[in-house]
Every structure is written in structure tokens, then in C-alpha cells.
Design a protein around this ligand. Structure first.
Ligand SMILES: [Zn+2]
Length: 257
């Protein structure tokens, strides 16, 4: 069936609303679209929000740990396209407090802001940034679950994030060093965001987390002060990455069937 006929065909449209696209169906749709549409874009979102969400989630599925997390959330009903909201009114991305629904800020983050929020933001195109946003929101499921159910994780969080923050006002990720967040949120919420962002980075790519924390060893004092970041030693960096790896493994081994 030709794509235009497929999209106009009500039966087919109802079918894709009711079920996930199979890989074969997705390939059919992608092959039929212009080449630029094989990546998600603001333009695609304005034309077909459902297709935008499906392609975004299919891309998430191609990254192993993101896929595992997506699968867990999906079995919880949280990442169904109807629960994943791409909200043109929303200035930020957030996760619902009670139902794990996820709302994503659909605009590309302005470069000056992205530079202060995302480690190595120059490597992020629109699609990579949306994957980062969605994976961060999914990572809240990991951090909140572990904070409630793992005394070991709570101890790590208190020792390496919350307590040093109370003493020195310093953070471990670029995202939660932003002054606007400091003004808007209390230390407890900021600390949750700091650890969530480390889990996000690890799930996306363990090397990405390691490189991001390595900045805290190599950058000069001015940089660290400007971004309210804590100085770390080699041993601390390795220990933090190993702990995040251990807790992410624990999370998957405990909650995957
Ligand atoms: Zn967050």
C-alpha cells in the first residue's frame, strides 16, 4: 500500500493507533517518507505527532539499556504513545508524580542554555537531544524506585550528593548546577535531579558519564565555580561510576521479569 493511501486509510490509521509499529511496518513507513523524515524533527512533529512519538520510541529501543528501561516502563503503562506527551506549551520536560506519564519539551534547547545543561552538547542534534530528554525522564523511574527501596542507594545518594551539597553548595552534573534550578528547587529535589542525570548518562553510554565526571577533575577552578560543580579526584570518579553501574544493574536485575 502506498504511504499516502496508508495514512489516509482509516483502518490502517486505527491500527497504528492501537498497536506498536512492528520493525517491518516502521521500515515501510520510513522508506516511504522523505529521507529527512527518517529522523525526528520539529517539522515531522507538526505534521504527524503520533508518527513522531513512534519513531522516537523506536530509536530508544535501539539502545540496549534504554530499551530495557522503556520495556519496564511500558509494562507499567507509562511509555505508551498516549501517555508520552510532546507538549508545545511545556517549557521543560517532566515526569508525572503519580502515573509516570512523561511530558517532553519539544523545542530544541537554545544553544546557550544547552551549553550549560548538557555535557558535550555540541554533539547533540535535535533527535539526540530528544532521546536524552526522554531517557532522563525515564531515569527518574530508576532513581525514585531505588531511593524508596534500596538502603544502599540512599546511603550513596546521601554521602556523595546530598551531604556535600549541604556543605559546599556544589553539584556533580552540569544540569543541576544551573542557577535557575537552584532558585526554583530545594536541595533535596536538586539532589534527586543530580543523581537522575548521572543514571541517565550511564544508561545512554557509561563512557559519557565517565567523561562528564572527568571534567570535574580536569577543569580549572573558575569553570567549576561558574557552574557550581564539585572537584573530584580520580578515585572518586571511578567509585561514583562503579556505584551507578552497580545500582543500575541492581535495578534491572530486581525489576525485570
Ligand atoms: Zn529530571
Amino acid at each position: 500500500m502506498a504511504l499516502d493511501k496508508m495514512l489516509l486509510d482509516e483502518t490502517y490509521h486505527n491500527k497504528i493507533q492501537a498497536t506498536w509499529l512492528t520493525e517491518q511496518e516502521l521500515c515501510q513507513v520510513l522508506d516511504s517518507l522523505d529521507k529527512k523524515d527518517s529522523k525526528i524533527s520539529e517539522d515531522l512533529l507538526s505534521r504527524d505527532e503520533l508518527l513522531f512519538k513512534r519513531i522516537l520510541l523506536q530509536k530508544i529501543k535501539k539502545q540496549w539499556n534504554s530499551y530495557r528501561l522503556w520495556y519496564l516502563l511500558n509494562s507499567n503503562g507509562s511509555t505508551h504513545p498516549e501517555i508520552l506527551k510532546i507538549d508545545p506549551e511545556s517549557y521543560v520536560s517532566y515526569t508525572g508524580n503519580y502515573d509516570w506519564s512523561i511530558t517532553l519539551w519539544w523545542k530544541k534547547i537554545p544553544p546557550l542554555m544547552a551549553n550549560k545543561m548538557i555535557y558535550f552538547d555540541s554533539a547533540f542534534d535535535y533527535e539526540k537531544e530528544m532521546i536524552w530528554k526522554l531517557n532522563h525522564e525515564m531515569s527518574h523511574f530508576v532513581s525514585e524506585t531505588l531511593l524508596q527501596q534500596s538502603a544502599e542507594f540512599k546511603k550513596f545518594y546521601d554521602t556523595y550528593i546530598l551531604s556535600p551539597r549541604e556543605v559546599s553548595g556544589k553539584w556533580l552534573t552540569l544540569l543541576w548546577s544551573l542557577e535557575t534550578y537552584q532558585q526554583r528547587w530545594g536541595p533535596e529535589e536538586q539532589a534527586v535531579e543530580d543523581v537522575t542525570e548521572m543514571i541517565n548518562m550511564f544508561i545512554l553510554d557509561p563512557t559519557y558519564l565517565f567523561d562528564s565526571l572527568s571534567l570535574l577533575k580536569t577543569m580549572n577552578e573558575n569553570f567549576l565555580q561558574r557552574y557550581n560543580l564539585k572537584r573530584l579526584t580520580d578515585n572518586e570518579i571511578i567509585h561514583i561510576v562503579e556505584c551507578i553501574e552497580m545500582f543500575v544493574d541492581y535495578f534491572f536485575s530486581t525489576y525485570e521479569c
